[in-house]
Design a protein around this ligand. Sequence first.
Ligand code: DC
Length: 267
Amino acid sequence: MFHSVQPSSLASKEASYNTSGGRRAKAEVSIRLSTELIQVKKRLIIAIDGPVGSGKSTVARRVAEMLEYKVLDSGAMYRAVAWKALCERIPLDSPEQLAGLASRVHIDLVPRDGKQRVILNGEDITEWIRTPDVSHAASVVAVVPGVRHPLVAEQQRAGAEGGVVMEGRDIGSVVFPHADLKIYLDASPEARAQRRWQELHEKGEASDPLIVLAGVLERDRRDREREVSPLVRAADAVLVDNTAMDAEETARVIVLLAREKTKAAAG
Ligand code: DC
C-alpha cells in the first residue's frame, strides 16, 4: 500500500499559481494536484531470522544500507542482558533473577556509521558482548520467558513505524508476525561453522574447527528446541539458503524481494 501525501512544496506551488493565474488555471491546477498526489513508497518491516552463522547481521546491515532503512539486531539485546547478568554474578539458572534484571535494565540500539551501538543503562557495551562467554550466556538467558517479554515489547516499539530490517530468531514468527517481508536465512552447519571460525581467526582467537562446529550445533539445538519462541521458519517466510552465496549476493536477493513487495503494494 502506498501512503499518499501532499508535500508542502506542492502546496506552495498551488499558492503561486493561484495568485498569478486566472480562475480557470487555478481550477486546473487544483484538480491536477488533488488527482496526482505524490506517492511515497511504503517503508517495509523486513524480518530476517535464521541460525547462528547464517550471516544475518552482515546481510541485514547491507540490506538496510541499500534501502536506506534502519537495522536492528535483536540478538544484541539478549547479549546485553547476558553480559549484565555475568557482571552482576546473577546465576544463569535463576529465571526469576534473570527476568528481574531484564525488566530493570534499559537497552538502546543506536545506529552509528552504518553499524549499531548497544547502550545499556547509558553505557556503551558494544565491544563487550561478542565474547564466547557472552554468546553462551545469551543463549541461556534467551530461553527465559520473563527475559523475552520485555525485550520483544521493546523490539516491537523500535520497529513499529517500518523502514526497518530486524534480524533475530523469532522476528517473523513472534515480534512481527505481520512483517511485510520475512526471510529465513540458512546455510549448512559446516558453512556456518567455517564462517564462525573465520571470524574468530580474524580476531586472533585460535580455535579448533571441530569444536567450533560442535558449538554451532549446540546453539542450533538450544535455539530450536526451547519452549518459548524457538527458531522456526514462519510459514510465509522466504527461505534463502546462502551456503554458496556471500553476504553481498544474499543482500541483493533480499533487496530484490523487498522491491517486489513495494511494487506490489503500489497496486
Ligand atoms: O544472533 P545472536 O547470536 O547475536 O543472538 C544471541 C542469542 O540470542 C542467541 O543465543 C539467540 C538469541 N536470540 C533469540 O533468542 N531471539 C532473537 N530474536 C535474537 C537472538
